[in-house]
Write a protein that binds this ligand. Structure first.
Ligand code: IPE
Ligand code: IPE
Ligand code: MG
Length: 229
């Protein structure tokens, strides 16, 4: 039997270009993009994917115009309130990866609330990467290791380092999907994705939908994962 990826990570790109194609402001693309998430989560759960990680905002995205950043932060807060209640009701574990300290206080509170309320669930796991950057993640990890004077440098191997990453309690992604035609990872899960299978599509995130998600999974099922062996 062909195996379903345990962990699928999605780089949700192309909201701005989608809006521009319709002569709409960028925020309409973000709004429409947020509504696609629910459908993708539903299909992923149905086909047996256990972990879904969504790249919503990179550490570099803070360099966008203030209006756009503020709009996105409010959209995350609003969407999270809506989804969060459903996660609690349906037994879905919710996590955020990234540096939360730079997010608006209200968003931080909402994240903490739903992370905490769902912490005992494990059947289906939804993780949102907000203010996430793989380079920032490794810098934070190294700082925390250096702060602990009891650590013997010879003890440090990959298994040890992993525990200091934002993804400490997550498995590595099996499949990383990026929409919008860009063929890059843009600072997303660079270490965790060392052996991930990659799927790129030209479809813009607001147009990404069930058929193409299933196509990405099927495509993954025909890959031979050698992991260097
Ligand atoms: C992805 O869409 C969403 C975020 C990065 C927040 P973009 O906003 O990057 O859309 P494009 O790439 O400009 O079309
Ligand atoms: C990557 O998209 C980040 C997210 C999708 C959240 P960007 O639009 O920020 O990436 P670049 O600038 O095209 O590399
Ligand atoms: Mg983009």
């Amino acid at each position: 039997m062909l195996c379903v990826p345990n962990h699928v990570a999605l780089i949700m790109d192309g909201n701005g270009r989608w809006a521009a194609n319709y002569g709409l402001p960028r925020y309409e693309g973000h709004r429409r993009g947020a509504s696609v998430v629910r459908k993708i989560l539903r299909i992923a759960e149905k086909i047996g994917v256990k972990y879904v990680t969504l790249y919503a905002f990179s550490s570099e995205n803070f360099s966008r115009p203030m209006d756009e950043v503020n709009f996105l932060m409010k959209l995350f807060e609003k969407s999270l309130r809506k989804y969060g209640k459903k996660f609690v009701k349906n037994g879905v574990r919710f996590r955020v990866i990234g540096d939360m300290s730079k997010l608006p206080a209200l968003l931080q509170t909402t994240i903490c609330e739903f992370s905490n309320d769902t912490k005992n669930f494990s059947r289906f796991n939804v993780t949102i990467a907000i203010n996430y950057g793989a380079r920032d993640e490794i810098v934070q990890a190294v700082r925390n290791i250096c702060r602990d004077k009891n650590i013997d440098p010879d003890e440090i191997d990959w298994g040890f380092l992993q525990k200091y990453l934002y993804t400490a309690d997550l498995p590595d992604p099996d499949l990383i999907i990026r929409t919008s035609g860009e063929l890059r990872l843009s600072n997303f899960l660079l270490l965790q994705g060392a052996y991930s299978e990659l799927f790129f599509t030209k479809t813009l995130w607001p147009d990404f939908w069930e058929r193409e998600f299933r196509e990405a999974i099927e495509n993954y099922q025909h890959r031979e994962r050698r992991m260097g062996a």
